[in-house]
Design a protein around this ligand. Structure first.
Ligand code: F0G
Length: 462
């Protein structure tokens, strides 16, 4: 230890060629897709930082698991290996496999949601919010104030504001079927939640008799931050910290496409027998039999092995340091990024980098489009495009206008990241010349996936 250079704790065993394109080709691709980066062909992207979801590289042991996968319809040995690996970290009574995280959300909120209900979370991820709202319930975000200040260096900016949670429960506990905490808080900058905060949330939930669930997609990164930043946690094994987080909750929804290092998969886990039965009944309608959910046996194997690798300290040290390397590289050149740097992604504060573009002209979209046009880098707007439209169709600025550079796990090398830093600085040096956008076509919900945009007249800073 003590060396400055980040050593990837793996070597490369099979490679995927990247395709170079010209700026002209990329600008044409943008016009063709209505300036929506979700509409691009992936081979037209050089460095794909759209998401860390399902885009990581599997290990040789995971590929060996793929071969070992047993495809029996019921009771496959792969199912038992998956269930045991999940329960090793999250000792919930019932583990219900799903094809990905949102399927677990859909099932859970179909049972617990509904009109008149309200679900608090530190910050709902987009699909979580959409599933709460699709059930007719209301989704409320109660992250601490520091979590909404991109410049604040609070070590646990994902923490829930327990005073506001208590006030909500005081007023409406009967309408709250479940309290959620997202670890790490993806939509709020990939920021961690402390064990102390989880304990406080638990105490508030107990006071009102409301269950607590984790949206645990990035549990291992969260636990690593706890180990690094929270008093008294420095010598603990990450797996132990994860078990303590689980012990504070009554259940979880999970996407195996994140920290479990798989390309597909997820699960719902609960303690309560009745709730588990209601969820399993829905599972059979849309996902499959309870010993495979929406997954093949081979996927269950990849997840089981990925879970073991996800809590390895050498891996997590590299993971968190390499994301910070990207964030520090941007910040050192004066690009405003959400501080401290999150676990899986770096978030550029587009509202502050592009002050000439008002939120309803989508500064995050403007920046993401230009990063692609300039360097073939695909990032993701997390701002007013994603969150600005209310269920009644009206628009308002989102809390923040961010552009997320999500880092796929074990996929890009340090020189790829050096290139990303160089391109971002080039775009930032021309920030004042970027145009805002307007939406010309959009669906009723989750509009960021398919909306079409048009650049506005160039709004050159004086
Ligand atoms: N919860 C959180 C916090 C997430 O980040 C995601 C997915 C989900 C739930 C849903 O899981 O994709 O398996 O259905 N986040 C991805 C992202 C898509 O890019 O951040 P899923």
């Amino acid at each position: 230890m003590g060396w400055r250079t980040i050593i990837e704790p793996f070597r490369i065993h099979s490679v995927e060629p990247l395709r170079l394109t010209t700026e002209e080709q990329r600008r044409q691709a943008l016009r063709d897709t209505g300036f929506n980066l979700f509409g691009l062909r992936a081979e037209d992207v050089l460095i794909d930082l759209l998401t860390d979801s399902g885009t990581g590289a599997m290990s040789s042991e995971q590929w060996a698991g793929i071969q070992r996968g047993d495809e029996s319809y019921a009771g496959s040995p792969s199912w038992f290996r998956f269930r045991d690996a999940v329960q090793e970290l999250f000792p919930f009574e019932h583990v219900i496999p799903t094809h990905q995280g949102r399927a677990a959300e859909k099932i859970l909120f179909s049972v617990l949601g509904g009109p008149g209900k309200v679900v608090p979370n530190n910050t709902h991820f987009d699909t979580t919010r959409a599933n709460v709202e699709a059930s007719g319930a209301e989704a409320v975000d109660l992250v601490i104030a520091e979590g909404l200040d991109p410049a604040s260096t609070h070590p646990f900016k994902g923490n829930m504001d327990t005073a506001r949670l208590a006030a909500l429960l005081e007023a409406r506990a009967d309408d709250v079927p479940v309290v959620f905490v997202t670890i790490t808080n993806n939509s709020g900058g990939g920021q961690p939640v402390s064990l102390a905060n989880l304990r406080e949330v638990r105490a508030v939930c107990d006071r009102f008799g409301v269950p607590l669930f984790l949206d645990a997609c990035r549990f291992a990164e969260n636990a690593w931050f706890v180990r690094e930043r929270e008093d008294g946690q420095h010598d603990r094994d990450v797996a132990d910290i994860v078990r303590e987080m689980a012990s504070l909750a009554d259940g979880m929804t999970m996407s195996a496409k994140k920290d479990p290092l798989a390309n597909i998969g997820g699960w719902l886990a609960v303690r309560d027998d009745t709730l588990a039965e209601q969820c399993r009944n829905l599972l059979i309608l849309t996902e499959g039999f309870p010993t495979y959910g929406g997954l093949a046996g081979r996927d269950l194997e990849a997840i089981a092995q990925g879970l073991r690798e996800a809590v390895d300290h050498d891996y997590l040290r590299y993971r968190i340091r390499s994301t910070a390397y990207l964030g520090d590289g941007l910040a050192q050149g004066g690009i405003p990024v959400v501080q401290p740097i999150g676990g899986h992604a770096v978030y550029i504060d587009a509202r502050s980098l592009l002050p000439h573009i008002p939120p309803l002209q989508y500064p995050g979209q403007a920046l993401a489009v230009e990063l692609y046009a300039t360097g073939g880098i695909r990032a993701c707007e997390i701002g007013t495009v994603m969150f600005g439209r209310r269920p009644d169709g009206t628009e308002q600025p989102a809390a923040l206008d961010l552009v997320r550079l999500a880092v796929p796990r074990r996929t890009y090398t340090q020189s790829h990241i050096d290139y990303v830093i160089e391109v971002c600085h080039d775009v930032a040096s021309r920030a004042g010349q970027l145009p805002g956008y307007r939406i010309v076509e959009q669906p009723a919900s989750l509009r960021h996936f398919t909306a079409r945009f048009e650049p506005l007249e160039r709004n050159v800073k004086p």
